[in-house]
Design a protein around this ligand. Sequence first.
Ligand SMILES: Cc1cc2nc3c(=O)[nH]c(=O)nc-3n(C[C@H](O)[C@H](O)[C@H](O)COP(=O)(O)O)c2cc1C
Length: 181
Amino acid sequence: MKVLVLFGSPRKKGNTIQLVNAFSRILKDKGHSMKMLYLNDMNLRPCQGCYACLKEGVCRINDDMKDIRKFIGESDLIVYATPIYWFGPSGQLKLVMDRSIAFMDEEYNSRIKGKKAVTLMTFASDEKDTCQPALDMFKKTFDLLGLKYAGSIEVPACVDPPAAIRKAYIDKTTKLARSLA
Ligand SMILES: Cc1cc2nc3c(=O)[nH]c(=O)nc-3n(C[C@H](O)[C@H](O)[C@H](O)COP(=O)(O)O)c2cc1C
């Protein structure tokens, strides 16, 4: 399997990366290929809403989304990893999701149907439903893109400075990875 991680946190030593590492370790050990994209380091412009992509199959903006598009196209499993920012994904990741309209055609059929998607999220609150708006958004978006939602890990009480993610959540994450490996 080719696995692509869309890493939405600007912090390479924060909370969310710990979930990504736990998840990736299992898949790597099983021989799957892993590609990690630090979205915060990439040159990405917001979607301009021109809809040219629906007809032309490619976005008119000439930036790093070209590479992301290529990696998404080649992948079997896409990991959407993000801190919760105001009940949604980080801007870095949302931007890639907006630009993913270029995967649709004029009839709104997806060009990336059938791939699997997983979400890994951390957030500061200890209220369970904090992630619900993001979960709803991911689910509806994946449905439209024809992606199969293969699982999600949401970890509460993740604050700054980052501390080790509790073992129960790391175990949950490795279990999810094993179920996909
Ligand atoms: C701009 C911003 C918005 C945030 N919004 C929320 C929020 O709505 N709910 C919440 O529980 N935590 C929120 N947080 C806290 C982060 O989600 C949390 O600390 C997360 O684990 C950070 O992940 P990271 O270390 O991987 O960057 C926010 C943090 C920032 C910087």
